[in-house]
Design a protein around this ligand. Structure first.
Ligand SMILES: [Zn+2]
Length: 599
């Protein structure tokens, strides 16, 4: 079982934003990140991640927690499973029985990989696979180096060879067997096999390529407990050192591109296994490199999915360039026809991503016609808005302005303006509007560490807070010198924890001096209830003095009561004005003030 220190170490080492980004597209917002909640149908981005606090929270459905909680929920894992996965990613050795289980699973995949490899070298049926690999220039040394193999034709070779030893269920779980209506059978049949390795270089899944025209041409293992293709890149296990050294990776389309480049000594090539690049993969690359050079074939590079992938890379903070290969060439064919140096030149000459994009636009639409200009602007707008870098946006606007031959200012305005179809607007504008009562203001400042409990302790205690907030105030009052938020939240029940997360992630609570805000909030929190109590008591005394016909005292009490009411009203109107500052419509605040007046 994991110790508390293990969990703490995991939380410290895992980059929460990149973890969450594998599942949710996040946009930076202040010191936090926002996106659409993966746990409820979220039309407005109400999902927030604060790497600083190590917290995530959805203002829509109230889900939230730390990095372990996120993985548990999104992957439906147990606490131990989630912690294990994160520990592995963080490179923390983690003692648990599940370690043994994963180890056993890896052993199974490795054994199956070995049998595929043996088929390639020895099996009679493997002849065409050998011929195929040889035709690609991959000799036996290459097979060995990359673990290449061949899956025999027929439905149950693997099943018969390994079913009894490892259990059918396990093999299904690992994606090696498929469960069909008539029972289980081998997933990969009569295909060349490209084992997929984890970062430590152990096979965890397979890609299988069909001969000739069988569909699908490439078949991959499904997601398994060992394999999540959205967060792994084929080839990275071998490219690790090279990418680190070059601080750059070459992103290609297919397994054979990767292998050809590695074999030719260009060892920083990786590919994304047949799917569009995911944020998780981009983040993974971001851990190793500063730049990615995309080397897809010409058509693929210009496709919408690729352009989107490039934006994802950019948004992971990577510089992106696009190698422009000659019509009809891919890295594999380029190297085989013209040698490794031709590929090295293509990489060296790769164009910055935005310039490549502008060229693509110019090739797709005729910039000399009005319709062409309109289309270019419409397409560039999405692109422009998907890029989260002001200098890059400026570059794009400049390039588009030149391309369509229109003034820069007008083009920049057009690109940056609100899109016409607001429904599919992907960008995030403002924080969810919230109202903050005084106790929420105080607690949010306390939770965010802007003020200490000591600052307010002389004036207010936990008892001044209303029931839903009292547990948070108590936790703060009883906490050590500087507790982290997750420590504070750990001790709270679910409801209070939700409130605490919300308050700690709240943004723009006020846009003025903290000291003043604290004072105002304390006034409201402590003075208003005190004034209420005083007014109630004055009322009783006024009635008593009237009964006693003590008119002198009655008049003094009346004066005191009026003063109290005026004081309370001044605090009340402050509160309303303040609320208006928190993003609520001023008109709404005014009409509420008027209502107060008429009461
Ligand atoms: Zn939600």
């Amino acid at each position: 079982m994991a110790t508390r220190q293990d969990i703490q170490a995991i939380k410290e080492r895992i980059d929460m934003v990149s973890l969450v980004s594998r599942y949710v597209s996040l946009v930076k917002s202040g010191s936090a990140y926002k996106g659409r909640c993966p746990f409820h149908k979220d039309d407005t981005p109400s999902f927030m991640v604060s790497p600083e606090k190590g917290l995530w929270h959805c203002f829509g459905c109230g889900e939230g927690g730390d990095v372990v909680a996120f993985l548990m929920k999104i992957e439906r894992l147990s606490f131990v499973e989630a912690a294990k996965r994160l520990a592995e990613e963080a490179g923390i050795a983690f003692d648990s029985t599940e370690d043994g289980e994963r180890e056993a699973m890896r052993t199974i995949v490795a054994a199956v990989a070995e049998s595929y490899a043996a088929n390639l070298t020895n099996a009679r049926e493997g002849k065409k696979a050998r011929a195929y690999f040889e035709s690609r220039g991959f000799d036996e040394a290459v097979w060995k180096r990359f673990g290449l193999g061949y899956a025999l034709p027929g439905w149950d070779h693997v099943k018969r060879a390994f079913g009894a030893r490892y259990g059918i269920e396990k093999l299904v779980e690992l994606g090696i067997l498929v469960e069909g209506e008539k029972g289980t059978y081998d997933r990969f049949r009569d295909r060349t096999i490209f084992p997929i390795y984890d970062l430590s270089g152990r096979p965890i899944a397979f890609g299988g390529r069909a001969f000739e025209d069988e569909q699908p041409k490439y078949l991959n293992s499904p997601t398994t407990p060992l394999f999540d293709k959205g967060r792994l890149l084929y080839g990275l296990s071998w490219a690790r050192e090279a990418v680190r050294e070059a601080k750059a990776a070459i992103l290609v389309e297919g397994y054979t591109d990767v292998l050809t480049l590695h074999q030719a000594g260009i060892e920083n090539a990786v590919c994304s296994m047949g799917t569009a690049l995911t944020q998780g993969q981009a983040d993974l690359l971001g851990r190793f490199v500063e730049e990615v050079v995309i080397a897809y074939d010409r058509d693929a590079a210009g496709s919408a999915a690729s352009v989107r992938g490039m934006q994802i890379l950019r948004n992971s903070g990577l510089a992106v360039r696009v190698a422009q290969l000659a019509e009809g060439e891919d890295p594999d064919s380029l190297v085989r026809k013209f040698g490794a140096d031709a590929m090295r030149r293509a990489v060296a000459d790769a164009a910055p991503f935005h310039r490549f994009y502008l060229q693509t636009l110019a090739a797709m639409h005729d910039p000399s016609t009005v319709t062409g200009k309109e289309r270019i602007l419409a397409e560039a707008r999405d692109f422009y808005r998907g890029v989260q870098s002001l200098p890059l946006q400026q570059e794009i606007a400049k390039g588009v302005a030149e391309l369509v031959d229109l003034p820069f200012e007008g083009v920049a305005r057009e690109l940056g303006g609100r899109p016409k179809r607001a429904a599919s607007d992907e960008t995030v504008d403002a924080a969810p509007t919230q109202r903050f009562a005084e106790e929420e203001i105080l607690l949010s400042l306390l939770l965010r560490g802007d003020i200490r409990w000591g600052t307010i302790a002389a004036v207010a205690g936990p008892d001044d807070f209303s029931a839903p907030y009292r547990p948070i105030a108590e936790a703060l009052a009883n906490a050590d010198e500087s507790p982290t938020i997750s420590e504070l939240i750990e001790g709270l029940d679910e409801d209070a924890a939700r409130r605490a997360r919300e308050l700690s992630l709240a943004e723009n609570v006020f846009d003025r001096d903290t000291g003043r805000a604290v004072q105002d909030a304390l006034d409201r929190l402590v003075r208003v209830p005190a004034l209420d109590r005083k007014l109630a008591e004055l009322d009783r005394e006024i009635r008593a003095s009237a009964e006693a016909e003590d008119w002198g005292r009655w008049e003094a009490l009346q004066r005191e009561s009026t003063a109290c009411m005026l004081e309370k009203r001044s605090l009340a109107s402050e509160k309303i004005a303040r609320r208006g500052m928190y993003g609520r419509d001023q008109r709404e605040a005014r009409s509420e003030a008027e209502e107060d007046e008429s009461r």
